[in-house]
Design a protein around this ligand. Structure first.
Ligand SMILES: NC(=O)c1ccc[n+]([C@@H]2O[C@H](COP(=O)([O-])OP(=O)(O)OC[C@H]3O[C@@H](n4cnc5c(N)ncnc54)[C@H](OP(=O)(O)O)[C@@H]3O)[C@@H](O)[C@H]2O)c1
Length: 327
């Protein structure tokens, strides 16, 4: 099969379209002909050799896909050849074909194209895992989401709204702020360090219950000042740096603050299956009604993968960048 492969680690020029042996499904797996896959920040890191795939996963980049089932393993009962599906992957999305545990798959709603299907799994399940499972989101909570116009941010804003909670998001441009408002964000701050003052004003000095943080070090001080008594800071990325100094442990104790690190990719397969099935049951119906939607910024032909990576590195996208896989 064809796949986007890497020639060592480094810049976008290490990516090329080449040939790779086709995967063979195990008895509890299906083989999917991929129609579309999506970029994630982790792909950029993996390309540079900074984020290796988990043990046992293919070295082909790509954390999600949408496509059509082409072959089913002997023990698979709930899917058939021709079904349209999408899912998380531990890797292997930048390819014509991939094998996936049958229980990890979700049905692509008929109302959605394959491009839209490819734009759901990674960002929505990241948002769902962190807001609902880890954060215990309820309609009484206020959540601060950084990088609101990112793939994860646009999903988080919509899930928070869907669950009746209040969102405050940060972005770094006016255009992105407008977009987040149109998605249903309650308050949008054009972000820079120093946002904690506005957060305290907006919350009667209580602070927010949850912070979904993909920025890390550069927002650390403001995050600590912005969080409420008993609040939770969920760290999912370090785009603004990964090391902080002066961690005020006594402050954490006095204000009962939890700091949680979280990674979807390294969750055990069983947990990813539980998460996907719960999401399919509770949230997928809202994609049919339009209450939840995919946010697709640009669709690239997969031969233009280098250009797509450069585009993400420039922080220009609002929502997802898709690669269309042509066989
Ligand atoms: N832990 C997990 O399980 C998990 C899973 C998926 C994603 N993530 C993380 O979630 C984050 C978003 O991923 P994505 O794929 O949705 O990204 P994305 O769509 O590429 O969006 C990233 C956006 O973050 C903002 N940004 C970049 N550098 C920043 C900085 N130093 N300070 C503040 N904002 C910055 C930029 O928007 P502005 O123009 O608004 O600044 C950029 O467009 C990444 O950190 C990724 O690693 C974690």
């Amino acid at each position: 099969m064809k796949a986007i492969l890497t020639n060592g680690y480094g810049g976008t020029d290490v990516l090329y379209l080449g040939e790779h042996p086709e995967p063979v499904p195990k008895e509890n797996e299906v083989k999917v002909r991929i129609k579309a896959t999506a970029l994630n920040r982790a792909d950029l890191l993996q390309r540079q050799g900074l984020y290796p795939p988990p043990p046992g996963a293919t070295s082909i980049i790509g954390l999600e896909m949408a496509g059509v089932i082409e072959e089913v393993g002997s023990q698979v009962q709930n899917w058939k050849i021709g079904d349209r599906v999408f899912s998380l992957l531990p890797g292997g999305g930048y390819a014509e074909k991939v094998t996936v545990p049958a229980d990890l798959l979700m049905p692509t709603p008929v109302e959605l194209s394959d491009v839209e299907g490819a734009a759901i799994a990674e960002t929505y399940l990241t948002a769902y895992l962190n807001l609902v499972w880890i954060g215990g989101l309820t309609n009484e909570k206020t959540v601060l989401v950084h990088a609101g116009a990112s793939g994860v941010g646009t999903s988080a804003i919509q899930l928070i709204k869907q669950m009746g909670a209040r969102s405050i998001v940060t972005v770094r441009s006016r255009e992105k702020a407008e977009f987040c408002r149109s998605l249903g964000a309650d308050v949008v701050l054009i972000g820079k360090e120093g946002f904690s003052e506005e957060i305290l004003n907006l919350t009667d000095n209580h602070g927010v219950d949850l912070i979904l943080d993909c920025v890390g070090a550069s927002y650390w001080q403001d995050n600590l000042k912005s969080i409420s008594m008993g609040g939770k800071l969920i760290v999912i990325g370090v785009m603004g740096g990964g090391n902080v100094e002066n961690v005020p442990l006594m402050e954490l104790i006095k204000r009962r603050i939890s700091i949680v690190g979280s990674s979807l990719r390294s969750q055990p397969e069983e947990e990813k299956i539980n998460l996907s099935q719960e999401f399919a049951r509770t949230m997928l119906p809202h994609f049919k009604t339009g209450n939840l939607r995919t946010v697709v910024d640009r669709v690239f032909n997969w031969e233009d993968v280098q250009e797509a990576h450069t585009y993400m590195e420039r922080n220009e996208n609002i929502g997802k960048i898709i690669l269309k896989v042509f066989s």
